[in-house]
Design a protein around this ligand. Structure first.
Ligand code: SAM
Length: 327
């Protein structure tokens, strides 16, 4: 079968799968009061359901998979999920986004299971500020886990930092020090408005344009984009081992490069992080014999993918916070 393409000629080799909506952090911009389970919510997809889902998506041309959440490591069978995902024919890149709280303890088993890329959220390199943003004084242990991943030769290690006006938006010098000798990428993400964070967004959203100007003035050079890359514009500098990426969802043409689909922890297909609807795939994940129906259902939805999100108009779709959809 030829790879899935939408009305705008975009292809989707990249799936982001949330495996649990729960998170153990209380990031000010996402879950400031912590995660509260909805007693009526369905259970996250089982291992068998995830396996069928991935077989369907690989039929449609997916080869890069990112496991996310919530916080994926909150899920007790995460290692099994990784092992199963890595074994699905066609999955060539298995990535995970995590807050890194279990990295020092679990890295070895995750790598043995087949994980080959990790993104760790580190909003600040300042211990007190990190604790203030996330609600947890865990920076040191998390950075130790990142160094372990680098030393263990994990092929891709990246850090994510959400840019917050008047909170962490003047910390480039500390990041430069960090990147000088580490083969790690840090990606600064512009804060996105979600259903729950409007007041916070108004106070703290800042465009990454100023940061990019500073990078260029400091000798960093923009790199060309590769085919199945994520959404970042990448920069490098001859004096630094590390790289810097900018994720600017409010910038012009951001969605033209969209190459990913999402599935929530309970199996809803989301064509866009900020879409207005989710299509339940779970009923099509109950038996191996449903593979063709699944492939047809997902293929049939792609024509509904919009050209772009409507964040500029403040339309955040059905996403109350990114933990709910899978950031
Ligand atoms: N718990 C994992 C983690 O901490 O990376 C995975 C899920 S988290 C929702 C994924 C990423 O989304 C994190 O890097 C987080 O900082 C980012 N994020 C959450 N809410 C955001 C928002 N409103 N705007 C931009 N990025 C956001």
């Amino acid at each position: 079968m030829s790879p899935l393409a939408d009305r705008y000629g975009r292809r989707f080799p990249y799936l982001r799968l949330s495996v649990i909506p729960a998170c153990n952090f209380r990031c000010t911009y996402c879950l400031p009061h912590g995660y509260h389970a909805d007693a009526k919510a369905a259970e996250p997809l089982s291992l068998a359901e995830i396996t069928r889902l991935l077989r369907g998506f690989t039929e449609l041309g997916m080869h890069k998979l990112r496991i996310t959440g919530g916080e994926p490591s909150v899920r007790h069978d995460l290692t099994e999920i990784l092992r199963t995902a890595a074994a699905v024919p066609g999955v060539t890149k298995l990535a995970m986004t995590t807050n890194g709280t279990l990295l020092t303890r679990r890295l070895g088993e995750w790598m043995d299971a087949g994980l080959n890329a990790i993104n760790v959220s580190v909003d600040s390199l300042d211990r007190a500020l990190f604790a203030r943003i996330t609600g947890h004084d865990r920076l040191e242990d998390i950075l130790h886990g990142v160094d372990m991943a680098l030393n263990a030769g994990l092929p891709s290690v990246k850090l994510n930092a959400v840019l917050l006006r008047d909170v962490n938006d003047r910390q480039l010098p500390a990041w430069f020090d960090y990147l000088r000798d580490r083969h790690v990428g840090v990606r600064f993400i512009e804060l996105m408005q979600t259903g729950d964070n409007l007041a916070f967004f108004r106070d703290h959203h800042v465009s990454a344009a100023g940061l990019e100007t500073q990078l260029l003035e400091s000798g960093w050079q923009a790199l060309p984009r590769v085919a199945d890359a994520g959404p970042a514009r990448e920069y490098r500098h001859p004096d630094y081992a590390g790289r810097i990426g900018i994720i600017a969802p409010y910038s012009k043409d951001f969605c033209a490069g969209c190459n990913r689909l999402r599935v929530t922890a309970t199996g809803d297909l989301r064509l866009c992080l900020f879409g207005e609807f989710g299509i339940p795939l779970r009923p099509l994940l109950q038996a191996d014999e449903q593979l063709e129906d699944l492939v047809r259902a997902v293929g049939g939805q792609i024509g509904r993918k919009e050209q772009g999100h409507f964040l500029h108009e403040g339309r955040t779709g059905i996403t109350p916070h990114l933990a709910s959809t899978g950031g």
